[in-house]
Design a protein around this ligand. Sequence first.
Ligand code: 13P
Length: 253
Amino acid sequence: MDFRKPLIAGNWKMFKTPAEAVETAKQIVALASATTDVDVMIAPPFTALTPVAEVVKNSHVSLGAQNLFWENEGAYTGEISPSMLKASGCDYVIIGHSERRQHFGETDENINKKIRAAIKNDLIPVVCVGETESERESEETFSVLDKQVRTGLEGFGPNDLETLVMAYEPVWAIGTGKTATTNQAQEVHQFLRALIGKSFGNVLAKSLIILYGGSVKPNNVKELMGMPDVDGALVGGASLDPETFGKIFLFQN
Ligand code: 13P
């Protein structure tokens, strides 16, 4: 099997002041210095990006943002542009998180524009997809994911997507303590990889990093990572505490 380096990413959502974020990031950098076998990324709120960039500089912890707008500048009150994120030290940007779809009306069409803007500005897009509980119960999981991926990635070619990271986050598993079973996660990850293969070719499909997100904790990460198509995790609540997050990326429970 092709080698895909594991990526463990922390999405801090709307938590932590700049001072708290700096303190947490310092501890994460110290813990992450114990391994080079895994890439670690943290995504603090916008207001903490600049000071956290200073902390992670010269470490192998990368910085990500949680969202972006697709224009680089203009009269768009309240928005943050890809070039601003790049200049603030970000390498990654999370796009299309279900909380943005649910609370801020984000659509697959918006997400497509955001992915394009990220790539153009040399930011690695971490594109989130996932079904709700009712969609899973009515057996629409695969059709929902198919639409999210096809519309989100419409108009791209394989070369555009070389850095793409996907995150499968079943909405019913986010912040609920319910994790998808390893088989449920593997089944979807395999489906996503095959879909990327069909649309963009096997070379991209084989190198594509697909993260699982939804109640990942130190006690379930190893089992999830044992699945052939699970290449890492996008961690919410458990990434806020450096020791807990450290246990996740060091695979200790
Ligand atoms: P939790 O790990 O808190 O369930 O959140 C997952 C998530 O939404 C990461 O983006």
